[in-house]
Design a protein around this ligand. Sequence first.
Ligand code: NAP
Length: 320
Amino acid sequence: MKPRIFITRILDEQVVKPLQERFDVRMWESTDVKVPREVLLEEVAEADALWCVTADSIDSEVFAAAPKLKIVANMAVGYNNIDLEAAKERGVIVTNTPGVLTETTADLAFGLLLATARRMMEAENDVRTGNWTSWAPMGYTGMDVGGATLGIVGMGRIGEAVARRAKGFNMRVLYHNRSRKMDAEVEHGFEYVELDTLLKEVDFVLILTPYTPETVGLIGERELGLMKKTAVLINVARGGIVDEVALYNALQAGDIWAAGLDVFETEPVPLDHPLLTLPNVTVLPHIGSASVKARLGMMTLNAQAITAVLEGREPENRVV
Ligand code: NAP
């Protein structure tokens, strides 16, 4: 019997076809509707490999229901949707997709920063809804990006790619990590600071840490209170890193100027979420890595990892 792979979304044929020739591939029937929990639990019962996306919660219940499972390949660089302890206990390999989405996500992060600073979505909406009445001396005025100071919390692969873009905008770049990146400091002039200093000094705070127990609520009421009243917060990492209630309060009270969010605590963000009522919030539906090239690259890395494990080889991009 061929090893079985369960894929939780319809993925690109050119990537899946070579797997279908060698393995028994089963796939959930939708590209954009999450696989129902009961289907996931039923499918993993016979699966040797699980290929999932960031919206799927691969918790201990899933691992317990999957006695044959050898690998979980996650179509994302973040892997907070997977219970790594449960994977380790059961000897299941977990892989992710770093690198191939770095520049793509950096483009989006910088684009969201520009769109938020210059109120582009709000302005576009007025054009489309007939609310553009006349050129106004102070209409739609925002914050300058060129020459401003950017603070990156989580200066990893994507953070560095954004920082390089910021240099082209003549920005000063401060960053905070748990460890310093001396090479980047020497080569590009990025400056390492403690988190509180970064929050106090910069015009734009960009969150790019992974979502871990340590980063849950990393930016809360106290941290938002340290930021300038004219500052902009951009989150392209994961929703729970920024406390959404504290963020709403800070934006509403004018403690910070605006926020740009590609990620939310609950996704899709509920339509009655208070943040969606604020004009100074620019929102996107978690599209950081959404270029054709990056998404195909992510699928290719997943397919390679699954093939390696099912053929008894060590996969690349192993998380556990
Ligand atoms: P990465 O290379 O691992 O970078 C993460 C950085 O965060 C590292 O430099 C790390 O440095 C720092 N960090 C980790 N824990 C920290 C903490 N507690 N406090 C401060 N800094 C901390 O990862 P990446 O490829 O750049 O991706 C970053 C994240 O972006 C991913 O984990 C993912 O969740 C998110 N992402 C989102 C999208 C999207 O579609 N919106 C797309 C891709 C990625 P130290 O270890 O020195 O602290």
